[in-house]
Design a protein around this ligand. Structure first.
Ligand code: ADP
Ligand code: TRP
Length: 328
């Protein structure tokens, strides 16, 4: 079976954008591919986070992915820093990565600009670690956003380089799986663009009913259509897009008709949307609360994930050591 690997940046709680844009696809993918999902906590060190923040965000991400339906018995979900085999491959990747090509990576240049006082070597060799994450499982596909395309090209280049240097087809060249082209773009609440972590723009899976309602009632709208069947301005289209994601078809059609007949009341639309978002989120929210309060369960899942990840990873390392001329 082909292998899919996804690295998850541990950046706070999941919002509906993350859910519909990525996590929901992962939940489906786990049944069609051998899936590895890992929390990229080593990568987060490039910005020097506090240890307690790392610990907390790893737990949060793990609980939220499980609550969304990643099944640790079906897929392999693990914490990057647990799988120390990756480090050895990272070292080998570093030996065949050249300063010039690493310096040309856009995200390196961007980070260097953003944190001029902390241009550490980890930032520079970020693509080597990412390639090691992928190649340790000899993954075929990696779901990534457009922003990761250059890192993916580097991973393919390192795989190819290794295969050429050692004259064998050892690493498959990992292809990017563009979820964003297939998945929906979830709009934000502040009138334009997509849902993201900026203030008040996102509905988090952990938001309670009151918070959901407050955020949605405050979402940007306009004075309403003046002519039948007018085009919807972005802010209004956004509310309809959310409705389409979480509500029954009839509900959507009903409000759409009211809009087209110019008798829509945004207050009613928002109330309905808040109700349906809450209906959608409530079971996930309850599972998140339940899972995150059970440290022993999280610990078991992480340990089980590591065990499954290690089975293949240690085989890769053993073979790489032999190829390179080391004792295995
Ligand atoms: P961002 O893409 O805003 O940096 P995150 O890093 O928080 O988002 O989220 C990880 C993944 O979640 C992204 O690669 C993308 O697939 C998905 N995602 C985030 N926001 C949205 C959105 N508003 N609509 C669709 N997908 C999204
Ligand atoms: N660089 C990815 C991001 O910022 C996270 C990541 C680390 C990753 N290692 C990976 C993604 C391996 C895919 C495969 O989102």
């Amino acid at each position: 079976m082909e292998i899919v690997l996804s690295g998850i940046r541990p950046t706070g709680n999941l919002h509906l954008g993350n859910y519909f844009g990525a996590v929901r696809s992962f939940v489906k993918l786990q049944h069609d591919y051998r899936c590895y999902f890992f929390i990229a906590d080593w990568h987060s060190l490039t910005t020097h986070p506090r240890p307690e923040n790392i610990r907390q965000s790893v737990k949060t991400i793990l609980a939220e992915y499980l609550a969304c339906g990643i099944d640790p018995e079906v897929a392999t979900i693990y914490v990057q820093s647990d799988l120390t085999e990756t480090l050895e491959l990272y070292l080998y990747m570093n030996m065949n990565a050249y300063l010039g090509e690493l310096q040309r990576v856009t995200s390196f240049k961007e980070k260097a600009r953003k944190q001029p006082d902390n241009i550490n070597a980890g930032l520079l060799t970020y693509p080597c670690l990412m390639a090691a994450d992928i190649l340790i499982h000899r993954a075929h596909y990696v779901p990534v956003g457009k922003d990761q395309e250059q890192n993916m090209e580097m991973a393919r280049k390192f795989a190819r380089r290794f295969n050429i240097m050692y004259e064998r087809e050892f690493f498959p060249e990992p292809a990017s799986f563009h979820l964003s082209e297939k998945a929906v773009k979830v709009p934000g609440l502040n009138g334009s663009g997509k849902m993201g972590k900026s203030d008040g723009n996102a509905i988090y899976l952990t938001d309670d009913e009151k918070t959901i309602k407050r955020k949605i009632m405050r979402a940007v709208t306009d004075t309403g259509p003046q002519e039948p069947n007018s085009a919807k301005p972005e802010a209004v289209a956004n509310l309809f897009a959310l409705l389409e994601l979480v509500s029954e078809r009839d509900t959507y059609d009903c409000f759409n008709e009211q809009y087209n007949l110019c008798n829509i009341r945004y207050g009613d639309l928002k109330k309905q949307l808040a109700y349906d978002v809450n209906l959608f989120c409530a079971p996930i929210r309850e599972r998140i609360l339940e899972i995150s309060s059970n440290s022993a369960q999280l610990e078991r899942v992480a340990r089980r994930g590591l065990e499954k990840a290690r089975a293949g990873a240690s085989k890769t390392i053993k073979e790489v050591r032999e190829i390179l001329g080391f004792r295995s």
